[in-house]
Design a protein around this ligand. Structure first.
Ligand code: CP
Length: 334
């Protein structure tokens, strides 16, 4: 199911061209693809966050609206998902739109060998916007090249997960009231974790101190560390969570992703390297938050869930508001 076989390869600079940040104070996203966090700057983040806050007020007061009535979203997932898929679907429905859900491509013509370009060109015959999750880096950019309708990247392999990073940043802002000046630690699988790749890139727009906590074999990729340096930010790498737990304002924990390992013995060696439990939380600041993109597979103990600093379920709720804002923006209704 490779997107790189037998498909005329587009020039991927096309996607980055569209991804160049612009100084938007109004909706600059109408008709655009959302492929990378590189498309965002502080101004357009502020805009999306403001729309997300309006979406939250609307949902809390009325539950739904008819802003996107008559619009259709194609939710195309080549990899498993609970949160991204269902929150995009809920977002569209709460705005009065409809959803074509292809959560198991095995039941679509992909199982007969249909290519990604043909699949997205088919879906845009029926839908106004396509949300795509795919196991290969660059798949969303390829889909965006072939589709005339907006494509939103819902995670491309170990590449990026821009909408997750937006909801993560929104959560930090909502929970702590600021982003500048914070100390943010990312913990776990920093090599394969697309959420931490995207979030790090977004945090490069702010004045933050970054801490990367991982086993040696799962360190943050060098190209992202280079981007952090170029942004003029300080960062610290360590394998010991105790080096950072007392100082940080945000502890962003990730799962070690079994599905990304070719050598399972390596996975077994590192899978339980960090466990956030009440004992560890006792060392942390009173005003800090624990975040996680989920799913979790043991790296945050259930005993932490009742701690007010556990922000991960509130983070999920924010995901729907951010995705409502993005759908309204790309469809010109924000
Ligand atoms: N955070 C996240 O992407 O979760 P899902 O894989 O369930 O969509």
């Amino acid at each position: 199911m490779s997107v790189h076989s037998e498909i005329p390869q587009p020039d991927l600079s096309y996607a980055m061209e569209k991804a160049r940040p612009a100084d938007y104070t109004e909706n600059g996203f109408y008709g655009r693809d959302i492929i990378s966090v590189r498309q965002f700057n502080r101004e357009n983040l502020k805009y999306i966050f403001r729309v997300a806050e309006e979406m939250r007020s609307m949902v809390e007061r009325f539950g739904s609206a008819d802003l996107l009535q008559g619009k259709v979203l194609a939710n195309l997932f080549y990899e498993p998902s609970t949160r991204t898929s269902s929150s995009f679907s809920a977002a569209m429905q709460r705005l009065g739109g409809r959803v074509i859900a292809i959560n198991e491509v095995v039941y679509s013509s992909v199982a007969k060998g249909e290519s990604l370009p043909d699949t997205v060109r088919t879906l845009e015959c029926y839908a106004d916007v396509i949300v795509l999750r795919h196991p290969e880096v660059g798949a969303a950019a390829i889909a965006a090249h072939y589709a005339r309708k907006p494509v939103i990247n819902a995670g491309d392999g170990v590449g990026e997960h821009p909408t997750q990073a937006l909801l993560d940043l929104f959560t930090i802002q909502e929970e702590l009231g600021q982003i500048d000046g914070l100390k943010v630690a990312m913990v776990g699988d920093l090599k394969y974790g697309r959420t931490v790749h995207s979030l790090t890139r977004l945090l490069c727009l702010y004045d933050v101190d970054l801490y990367f906590v991982s086993p040696d074999i799962l360190r943050m990729p060098a190209e992202i560390l280079e981007e952090v340096k170029e942004a003029g930010l300080d960062y610290t790498e360590t394998s010991d969570i105790h080096d950072v737990i007392r100082d940080v304002d945000v502890l962003y924990v990730t799962r070690v992703q079994k599905e990304r390992f070719t050598d399972l013995s390596q996975y077994e060696a590192v899978k339980d390297c960090y466990i956030v439990d009440p004992e560890l939380m006792a060392l942390a600041k009173e005003k800090m938050i624990v975040m996680h993109p989920f799913p979790r597979v043991g790296e945050i103990s259930y005993a932490v869930d009742d701690d007010p600093r556990a922000a991960y379920f509130r983070q999920m709720v924010n995901g729907m508001y951010i995705r409502m804002a993005l759908l309204a923006a790309v469809l010109g209704k924000a």
